[in-house]
Design a protein. Structure first.
Length: 47
């Protein structure tokens, strides 16, 4: 069940990220690109 939640979360998040990337090529998107890999690594450790 946790894996299902995680899969849904990552799908939703990647969609959100794509949206943010499209809407603004600002400092925020570059921050996200730097920040996301560390976040997903931490998330994978939880699972």
């Amino acid at each position: 069940e946790l894996q299902l939640i995680w899969r849904g979360f990552t799908l939703h998040f990647s969609y959100l990220f794509m949206l943010v990337n499209k809407v603004s090529k600002s400092v925020d998107s570059y921050f996200l690109i730097d920040y996301l890999p560390g976040l997903s690594k931490r998330g994978m450790q939880l699972v």
